[in-house]
Design a protein around this ligand. Structure first.
Ligand code: SF4
Length: 359
C-alpha cells in the first residue's frame, strides 16, 4: 500500500465509553407469550409486516417468520419491503436499515422498535467530516458500505454490501477508477488486498467484529482441530487470515449448511446462530473468542444496538405509531442513486444479491 493509499484521517473508531452495554431483553414465558399474541394482532390490524435482521433476538426472528415477515441482511430486508404489499414495515435492526427501507420505499411507513439502535460504523462516519474527506479526493470514486447514514450515502457514487464489494472494486479498477472507501477499514483493507484496487480507507470499525482475537481463536482451534472457521470481513486481518470461509452473513449461513464439518467457529454477531441452527440442525457452533490474553471485549460478540430490539418495544411502537423513520426527501433522492447503481450492477452481472449481502 502506498503512502497515499493509507488512511490519513483521525481514527473514527469508537471508544468503549461510546458503546452502550449489551442488554438482552429477559422475559418470563407468560409475558413472552402474551407479547407475541399482542404483536400478531397488531401487525394484522395495522397492515404491517415485520422484517428482522439476522443479528436480532431469536424471538423477533421467529415472530417475523411466523407472521409472513422476513429475516435477512440489511439490503435484502429493504428489498423485501419494496415487494410486500403492507403499508407499514417494522424494521427490527439498526437505524441505517430503517433509513434504507425508507429510501427504497418512500410511500411506506417505516417503524423501528428503538430509534436509538445505531451502528458504530454509522456513528463513526459523520456526514460533514466524510463530505470534507471526499472533497479532499475529488479524483476518487466514492464507495460506501451499506452501514452508513442516508446523508453519507447521498455523498457516494456507489453503495456496496460485503458480498458484492469485491466485484464492484474489480469493476471500478478495470475502468481505471481509484476508490475512496468508507467506513469499515477492515472490510476496505480486505477488498483492497483481494482485488488490488487503489483505495484510501476511512478509519471506522464495527465494535463487534473488531473485538475478535486471533490469539484466542488459535487456542480454540487447537481444542477443536476439525472445526471450520467462518469469518465476516469486518473482522481484523489476523482473524480473516485464519478463516476457512470469509463472507457476508448469508454466505456464512450457507457455509454452515453446505460444508462437510460438524463444528464451526463463527466470527460474527452471535445472533446469527439462530438462523445457522435452522439451516444446519445438529451441527456445533462456537463463538470466536473476543478476549485474548490481557484483553477485554467491548461487545462480546453481540451488537449492543441490535440488542435494543425486543418484543416489548416492538409491541409499543405498533400500538402508538411512534419511532417512525423519516429521511429528508432531498437526501433520500440522492442516496437512492448509489443504491440503485448497486442493484443495477448486480442485475447486469447476473448476480443474485437477494440473500447474499452484508451485515
Ligand atoms: S454488528 Fe457492527 S456493523 Fe452490525 S450494526 Fe452492530 S456495530 Fe454496526
Amino acid at each position: 500500500m502506498s503512502a497515499s493509499q493509507q488512511a490519513v484521517m483521525r481514527s473514527h473508531r469508537l471508544t468503549p465509553e461510546q458503546v452502550p452495554e449489551t442488554v438482552v431483553e429477559q422475559l418470563a414465558p407468560v409475558e413472552r407469550e402474551a407479547l407475541v399474541a399482542r404483536i400478531k394482532r397488531l401487525l394484522e390490524q395495522e397492515n404491517a409486516t415485520l422484517v428482522a435482521h439476522y443479528y436480532t433476538d431469536s424471538a423477533l426472528q421467529e415472530l417475523a417468520d411466523a407472521t409472513g415477515g422476513y429475516v435477512s441482511d440489511s439490503l435484502d430486508m429493504a428489498r423485501f419491503g419494496s415487494e410486500c404489499p403492507s403499508d407499514t414495515l417494522v424494521v427490527a435492526g439498526v437505524r441505517f436499515m430503517g433509513e434504507t427501507a425508507k429510501i427504497l420505499n418512500p410511500e411506506k411507513r417505516i417503524l423501528m422498535p428503538d430509534l436509538g439502535a445505531d451502528c458504530s460504523l454509522d456513528i463513526g462516519c459523520p456526514p460533514e467530516e466524510f463530505s470534507d474527506f471526499c472533497d479532499q479526493h475529488p479524483d476518487r470514486t466514492v464507495v460506501v458500505y451499506a452501514n452508513t447514514s442516508a446523508a453519507v450515502k447521498a455523498r457516494a457514487d456507489w453503495m456496496v454490501t460485503s458480498s458484492i464489494g469485491l466485484d464492484v472494486a474489480r469493476h471500478l479498477t478495470e475502468r481505471g477508477e481509484k476508490i475512496l472507501w468508507a467506513p469499515d477499514k477492515h472490510l476496505g483493507r480486505y477488498i483492497q488486498e483481494q482485488t488490488g484496487a487503489d483505495m484510501i480507507l476511512w478509519d471506522g470499525a464495527c465494535v463487534v467484529h473488531e473485538a475478535f482475537k486471533a490469539e484466542g481463536l488459535a487456542v480454540l482451534l487447537q481444542e477443536h482441530p476439525g472445526a471450520k472457521v467462518l469469518v465476516h470481513p469486518e473482522s481484523p486481518a489476523a482473524v480473516i487470515e485464519m478463516a476457512d470461509v470469509v463472507g457476508s452473513t448469508t454466505q456464512l449461513i450457507q457455509a454452515v449448511a453446505e460444508l462437510d464439518a460438524d463444528t464451526f467457529i463463527v466470527a460474527t454477531d452471535n445472533g446469527i446462530f439462530h438462523r445457522m441452527r435452522q439451516a444446519a440442525p445438529g451441527k456445533t457452533l462456537l463463538e470466536a473468542p473476543t478476549a485474548g490474553r490481557g484483553a477485554t471485549c467491548v461487545s462480546c460478540a453481540h451488537c449492543p444496538w441490535m440488542a435494543m430490539n425486543g418484543l416489548r418495544n416492538l409491541a409499543a411502537v405498533l400500538e402508538s405509531g411512534i419511532n417512525e423513520i423519516q429521511v429528508d426527501p432531498a437526501i433520500a433522492e440522492r442516496a437512492r442513486v448509489p443504491i440503485a447503481r448497486l442493484l443495477e450492477f448486480a442485475r447486469s452481472h447476473k448476480r443474485e444479491v437477494l440473500g447474499n449481502n452484508d451485515a
